[in-house]
Design a protein around this ligand. Structure first.
Ligand code: S3P
Length: 425
């Protein structure tokens, strides 16, 4: 599917976006190993989360869909999953393969996880190494570095694992395995990554403590909960940036997740000169949510790096759109992780944005953008990466003439209905 995009005039709009991808995955996985029935509202019916549902069903969990975005998960308890009779296909989903690796490390049975061409290129040693230290058997292709991954779990021992990458997927894999260990398991991160797993496990009754950058979990049973998934700030970000880069535009996105480990994009947009306000804050299943309003303005370039990167790791392609429009230089550094996402996002952004006339350079660990140049419409590749497809679409809103985004069906991975929301503007 191709998306054709034309420039947009200043707009004022009130929208909402689908449920948070990270929280949706966790609600199904954690609900599946809790005791009792977990009900989930505003679940994201994107391809990635549907992959998690499919895999959990293959592990014997009864998951019923209730309406468009509701799920009822009949929890099996920690020891109730059963050996799948075929490989588990995670599709394009890094969160599914890494979190399930941790879960499967605690199961006595044999399982195989694999996914699409992108997933089979993404690094898996980062989860295999700590899970093996805990006592699981984990094999992978290419010297145990890539999927397919074969896992034979069993009795695990608690470890103290200092992870070299600030990755919520790695942290979550170890914490889920920690539920099955013979004692306490600790994960220490170099910088704080999103903490949805910790928050949800605590809401389900797990014994989990966070001190500084270290999270400690003790084994124990979980009890089913009612989960309401907030709107995904990473999806909202496309519309927040669309308003931010158009002076006179205004957008309000309702009921968006405001977990501080995810709100880096709001702070950076404010620093660039956009107006950002938050109203109607409330808490649901341990997660903050509220309405975000952004007022467009003439933006200025910004330097983003260090501990801020994990707080906006998925927003870097869309932040680059703001950088392309802003006056002056935008530097994104300490972001080498972007090379191992659904695509090499540093390269993809640099190559595709330069087609619009953006002065952009890919560096070892980031991007340098000299913003404010004249932008003209282009024909873009998506690299089958949802966030690249949406970032290129946004470029089309501010570039003169017509923009075409090829292979745009991948947007369904995280944001079914993106085109409809866009058309509302
Ligand atoms: C996610 C964590 C991040 C993020 C991904 C979702 C999660 O990946 O990029 O889209 O749900 O835990 P890393 O943890 O590998 O940085």
């Amino acid at each position: 599917m191709e998306l054709t995009v034309k420039p947009i005039k200043p707009f004022q709009s009130l929208i909402s976006v689908p449920g948070d991808k990270s929280i949706s995955h966790r609600s199904v996985i954690i609900g599946s190993i809790a005791n009792g029935i977990t009900t989930i509202e505003n679940f994201l019916p994107g391809q990635d989360c549907l992959s998690t549902v499919r895999c959990m069903r293959q592990l014997g969990v009864d998951i019923e869909q209730t309406g468009l975005t509701g799920l009822k998960v009949k929890g099996m308890g920690l020891r109730g999953l059963s050996e799948p009779d075929n490989f588990l296909d995670v599709g394009n989903s890094g969160t599914t393969i890494r979190l399930l690796s941790g879960l499967l490390a605690g199961q006595e049975f044999f399982s195989v996880l694999t996914g699409d061409a992108s997933i089979r290129k993404r690094p898996m040693a980062r989860v295999a190494v700590p899970l093996r230290q805990m006592g699981a058997k984990v094999w992978g292709r290419g010297g145990d570095r890539f999927a397919p991954l074969a896992i034979k779990g069993g009795p695990l021992k608690g470890i103290h694992y200092p992870t070299p990458v600030a990755s919520a997927q790695v942290k979550s894999a170890v914490l889920l395995a920690g539920l099955y260990a013979d004692g306490e398991t600790a994960v220490a991160e170099p910088a704080r990554s999103r903490d949805h797993t910790e928050k949800m496990l605590r809401a389900f009754g797990a014994d989990i403590e966070v001190e500084g950058l270290t999270t400690v979990i003790k084994p124990g049973e979980l009890s089913a909960q009612k989960v309401t998934v907030p709107g995904d700030i990473s999806s909202a970000a496309f519309f927040l940036v669309a308003a931010a880069i158009i002076p006179g535009a205004k957008i309000t996105v309702q009921k968006v997740g405001l977990n501080p480990t995810r709100t880096g994009i709001l702070e950076v947009l404010e620093e660039m000169g956009a107006g950002v306000t938050i109203t109607n804050q409330e808490e649901s299943s341990g997660e903050l949510m509220g309405d975000i309003t952004v007022l467009g303005s003439s933006l200025k370039g910004v330097v983003v790096g260090g501990a801020m990167i994990p707080r906006l790791v998925d927003e870097i392609p869309v932040l680059a759109v703001a950088g392309a429009v802003a006056a002056g230089r935008t530097v994104i550094k300490d972001a080498a992780e972007l090379k191992v996402k659904e695509s090499n996002r540093l390269k993809a952004v640099a190559v595709e944005f330069s087609k619009f006339g953006v002065d952009i350079e890919e560096t070892e660990d980031g991007l340098i953008i000299n913003g404010g140049k004249k932008l003209t419409g282009a024909v873009c590749e998506s690299y089958h990466d949802h966030r690249i497809a949406m970032a290129c679409t946004l470029m089309g809103l501010v570039a003169s003439g017509q923009t075409v985004v090829k292979d745009a069906e991948c947007i369904d991975i995280s944001f079914p209905g993106f085109e409809d929301v866009l058309n509302k503007l």
